[in-house]
Design a protein around this ligand. Structure first.
Ligand code: URP
Ligand code: ZN
Ligand code: ZN
Ligand code: ZN
Length: 502
């Protein structure tokens, strides 16, 4: 009952890895979906057979955080939706979540439509969109509702940094988080104190510190940790689930971890850059090298940071991984040659995230292959509400699959990567764990080092609000905390305290 052109794919004898278990099994794919998973399946006629003996068959990676072709800090990111998603596929990632970032005062819906028009014809893998709330008004509030009800968006990013550009005040964060909770969305924060960054930057420049090291010195760890704690406090006040994007420091990671131990519904997202390298590069004598690592929040000079973040990722204090892929060539970085505040912020990662996490996480023995799947795809699918459509190798799931050779190694280099950017922050890193075949929407799109995919192959993935993984607890807390609160105030006080949800 399928057209003759829709040839199936039979992945034979691999080790199928999901977030909860692994088993040797065959996987049969047809019409973009996984049709069957099991031992010794029959091979239908006309099917392409891929021998996956001694290889892992895993859900394709989901990068929770990219900024393809973002216009930012006076220039535009060079990885566009075409090149960026192709690079993703070459690295075993089959879906990205990018950000719509409207200017202050501008319509969220118009910005969303514009980003869809830009991305839809170019993407080579599936994608979805978070939307940033960069200002506040009744119109913004209404548009958030429309985006969740009609446009497939269930996550909104609020900036606590980039003063006068994207930053919101605490009262605006309160309003935005309240609305997220009302409409069943996840509040995301860029957690850094924007006022302190502005003051710190002035101070550094006054001291004559104009190089990339000034970028880190003007916004040390506690600037990130303070904002992280403040966001958690505000989210808790309105019983809203919180997702902290790009957790870059030990201090901020500890804040997230402690909040989770206090029972808060909060998720932390480290990124490939923070797990794979550190901020010592800001002190490199070669300006271009140092500037290449500039991003916000900065990578940290404490060299124990990447290993620490990986430990927390391994034990579920941190939940998912993105990349914040937002790439600027060396010539673009040079906008800040004489003033670090003008260096366009952003680094690469979309192509190398899977290999970096395999190397630093799995090869090192910190996490097993199942946790690898959890932090590279399935947790993202659960939080952002498209599980098990993606993030799982199972019957009826989308055929987004990576065939992984854990024994092969590759050396990361700008000379061989597929991204448009002219350097790579992981240059020279040797990684065990190589994606040998990537399948997107049931088609082999990357094989033997070759990409075979055209722009528009990927599709926009609509996400519904009230993700159960996030909202079941939120809803229950709402109920148990409201019942006593609504009755006699005196008798409600102990119960109210016990519930402790606000
Ligand atoms: O440096 C960064 N992170 N650039 C992209 C914008 C953001 O804050 O995520
Ligand atoms: Zn950010
Ligand atoms: Zn360096
Ligand atoms: Zn970002």
């Amino acid at each position: 009952t399928h057209s003759s052109s829709a040839r199936g794919i039979f992945i034979k004898g691999g080790r199928v890895v999901n977030e909860d278990c692994s088993a040797i099994a065959d996987v049969y794919i047809e019409n973009g979906k996984i049709v069957e998973v099991g031992m010794g399946l029959q091979i239908p006629a006309g099917t392409r057979v891929i021998d996956a003996t001694d290889k892992l068959v895993m859900p394709g990676g989901i990068d929770t955080h990219t900024h393809m072709e973002l216009a930012f800090m006076g220039t535009k990111a060079v990885d566009d939706f075409h090149i960026g998603t192709k690079a993703a596929l070459a690295g075993g990632t089959t879906m990205i979540l990018d950000f719509v970032i409207p200017q202050k005062g501008k319509s969220l819906l118009e910005a969303y439509n514009c980003w869809r028009e830009t991305a839809d014809p170019k993407v080579c893998c599936d994608y979805s969109l978070h939307v940033a709330v960069t200002w506040w008004s009744d119109k913004v509030k209404k548009e958030m509702e429309i985006l969740t009800k009609e446009k497939g968006v269930n996550s909104f990013k609020m900036f606590m940094a980039y003063k006068d550009v994207f930053m919101l005040s605490d009262s605006e964060l309160y309003a935005a988080f309240s609305q997220c909770k009302q409409i069943g969305a996840i509040a995301q924060v860029h957690a850094e104190n924007g006022d302190l960054i502005a003051e710190g930057a002035k101070k550094m420049l006054a001291l004559g510190i104009t190089g990339p090291e000034g970028h880190e010195l003007c916004r040390p760890e506690e600037v990130e940790a303070e904002a992280t704690q403040r966001a958690i406090t505000i989210a808790h006040a309105v019983n809203c689930p919180l997702y902290v994007v790009h957790v870059m420091s030990k201090s901020a990671a500890k804040v997230v971890s402690n909040a989770r131990r206090d029972g808060r519904v909060v998720f932390g997202e480290p990124i490939a850059a923070g797990l794979g390298t550190d901020g010592t590069h800001y002190w490199d004598k070669e300006w271009a090298h140092a500037a290449g690592f500039v991003m916000g929040p900065p990578l940290r000079p404490d060299p124990s940071t990447p290993g620490y973040l990986m430990d927390l990722l391994a034990n579920d204090d941190l939940s998912v991984t993105g990349t914040d892929n937002c790439t600027f060539c060396v010539c673009q970085k040079a906008l800040g040659k004489d003033d670090f505040t003008k260096i366009p912020n952003g680094v690469n990662g979309v192509e190398d995230r899977m290999s970096v996490i395999w190397e630093k996480g799995v090869h090192s023995g910190k996490m097993d292959e199942n946790r690898f799947v959890a932090v590279t795809s399935s947790n993202a699918a659960k939080i952002f509400n498209f599980y098990p459509q993606k993030g799982r190798i199972a019957k009826n799931s989308d055929a987004d699959v990576v065939i992984w050779d854990p024994k092969l190694t590759r050396k990361i280099s700008a000379k061989t990567h597929h991204q448009a950017v002219d350097y790579n922050i992981f240059e020279g890193m040797v990684c065990h764990g190589v994606p040998v075949i990537t399948i997107s929407r049931g088609k082999v799109v990357y094989e033997a080092g070759e990409l075979k995919v055209s722009p528009g192959h990927g599709k926009f993935i609509h996400r519904k609000p009230f993700s159960e993984f996030v909202y079941k607890r939120i809803k229950q807390r709402e109920q148990v905390s409201q019942a006593p609160y609504a009755s006699t105030p005196e008798s409600s006080i102990p119960a109210f305290k016990q519930c402790a949800s606000w």
